[in-house]
Ligand binder design. Sequence first.
Ligand code: PLP
Length: 417
Amino acid sequence: MANKKFSTNNLHLDRSAKPEHGAIHKPIHTSVAFGYEDARDLAAVFQGTKKGYAYSRQLNPTVTALQNKITEMEEGIATLAFSTGMAAIAATMLSLLRTGDHLIASSFLFANTRSFLSTLKGLGISVTLVDPTKSQNVESAITSHTVMIFVETIANPATQIADLSGIGVLCQKHNILYCVDNTLTTPYLFLPKTVKASLVINSLTKSIGGHGNALGGTITDTGLYDWRLFKNINKTDQNLDTSQWGITQIRKKGLRDMGASLSAESAHHLSIGSETLSLRLERACSNAMSFALFCNDHPSITKTFYPGLEDHPQHIRAAELFNSFGTLVSINLDNKVDCFEVLNNMTTIIASTNLGDNRTLGIPVAHTIFYELGSKQRKAMGIEQSMLRFAIGIENEKVLLDDLSQALAKAGDNNHD
Ligand SMILES: *Cc1c(COP(=O)(O)O)cnc(C)c1O
């Protein structure tokens, strides 16, 4: 559950670091390099014996300020920011996994994460996909080579909810890194640390940034994992405090060497966006609940996917773990209405990908994000041809319901002509 100081801490964090002139925002530092009066200080920064900035690919003051905000929100110990959520995921896995390692991941992953896992397979890392709604499925996939389990909180688009607590217990028992992608819930709705996650991914592009105007992603170390038990830590980093081993390896390999750094301008946009996360989510989650209830009762809609509905298979789990049920609502349409026509009839809701934007967006899932997977795999993931996914925004609730209602009516009418 989000703590009482969630918004307040975020709003005052920049100021507490005392920026120049009494600024209440961290300035946008566009400098790529940082100069030193004494070259010995520059050497000390390189050698890690002194804190400071050298080159913005690795560390930039504006990006650091954002990283600190995410660490605070996730109640973790350290965060690294990347140019996108995918960059954060790819850099984390490529930095920590080696040929011969085994990774277990959810079979309902975000499509690009799933596609990235096939890149790992090409590097000799074996991957098993399991239905994570039951921790027994995860448990039976564990081998002596399993080093990481990767799951999301609410799956996209069919909103399955992993047995987050059960998997946490398994990871602890077997000393496996537990990586949770918190993008769909954000630290305002859920703290993966409370289910023993070791690492937390957030795509800042989505709800944390919230305005659809900047890409970014982070990895946060919750401080719960004992990195001395992880066999892939470079010897050269083992002189540091053990809590720093994982994040240091990701920083050096995943950020410094692979280079998908976040720009200072984007960090600023995302940081400003994050100030209103709690307000925006409260509105968007409440809109999503009304939207789902409306869909659930509509004769042209055969199925509504939303964890807030009482007949959702993991409704009770969601209610126990999350502050609210999120902003994603998916529907299957009756075969008499065409999904493209419904979207084309919308006047407020935009036919667009992305989620966590202030605006409500709708997308025909099988024809776009999950097109590449093919019909057999889509079926296994519970994705029908007629499925529409809505990422609910902060517009007026009645405007959204009216828009959906008239779009469905018009699409139905056309069919009877
Ligand atoms: C969007 C998304 C990502 C990737 O984030 P980008 O910033 O678009 O690269 C990863 N995981 C989930 C669950 C997402 O929704």
